[in-house]
Design a protein around this ligand. Structure first.
Ligand SMILES: C[S@@+](CC[C@H](N)C(=O)[O-])C[C@H]1O[C@@H](n2cnc3c(N)ncnc32)[C@H](O)[C@@H]1O
Length: 233
């Protein structure tokens, strides 16, 4: 199935996937990309549940919002890479002695394998009353609301874009309700036009709003992240 075709040294080996009967060309391409993706390899080596973990690591390296003691809400958290990163960085397990202990609350449509240090609930964030449920679980204010929520692709670019903006807006209104002053909002958006309205909304509530494409976000994807810092309350 998978075969090394390069005659060069071990480090340069590229895995080439042969097309197989019953497998679509798009699946073969996906498999080949996965097998050759350095972030997929790093995720495996470092114990993260997916390459998405590196997106929040890189965003946090730049903006420093996951600090010890921070209270974090992670919307659309399955399979759990962002939660794993947040647990470590906010010291949710109290492993960094002498540093403040934070908390991580994750929600997703899908079931998530437990993550030590994180409280995780299965929930459709777009269902009625979902935001109240999350507020109740949170039991107070948050310092960070982050959303990597994305609906399954419809195959129609504009529809996908509008769906993700709706998820992002719901996350933003939730953030306005729960963030403490100075808090941070991070959310995935797709480049495509309608994100301008979201930017306008965020600019009224935060000191700084930036669009960022971290290196771990694939260059051929229209995904980017909006990072809003300094919530005005
Ligand atoms: C790209 S994945 C998130 C990856 C995650 N950040 C990680 O590091 O593992 C997007 C997630 O958004 C979730 N999602 C989409 N719509 C949702 C909704 N309405 N409510 C809750 N989760 C949702 C999906 O189930 C999916 O697991």
């Amino acid at each position: 199935m998978a075969k090394n075709t390069s005659g060069r040294g071990q480090r340069d080996l590229k895995v080439k996937v042969k097309t197989a009967r019953g497998r679509k060309l798009s699946s073969t391409r996906w498999l080949q990309r996965q097998l050759n993706d350095p972030y997929v390899k790093r995720a495996k080596a470092e114990g993260y549940r997916g390459r998405a973990a590196f997106k929040i690591l890189e965003l946090d390296d730049k903006f420093r919002f996951l600090v010890p003691g921070a209270r974090v809400v992670d919307l659309g958290c399955a399979p759990g890479g962002w939660c794993q990163v947040a647990v470590k960085r906010v010291n949710a397990l109290g492993e960094k002695k002498g540093k403040a202990v934070g908390s991580v609350l994750g929600v997703d449509l899908q079931e998530v394998e437990p993550i030590p240090g994180a409280e995780i609930h299965q929930l459709d964030f777009m269902s009625e009353g979902a935001d109240d449920k999350v507020k109740e679980w949170l039991g107070g204010k948050a310092d960070v609301v982050m959303s990597d929520m994305a609906a399954a692709s419809s195959g129609h670019k504009q529809t996908d874009h509008l769906r993700i903006i709706a998820l992002c807006e719901a996350a933003a209104y939730f953030a306005f309700d729960v963030l403490d002053e100075g808090g941070t909002f991070v959310a995935k958006v797709l480049a495509g036009g309608a994100e301008g309205e979201l930017q306008k909304l965020l600019k009224q509530k935060f000191a700084k709003v930036q669009n960022v494409k971290p290196p771990a976000s694939r260059a051929d994807s229209s995904e980017k992240f909006v990072v809003a810092t300094g919530f005005r309350g």
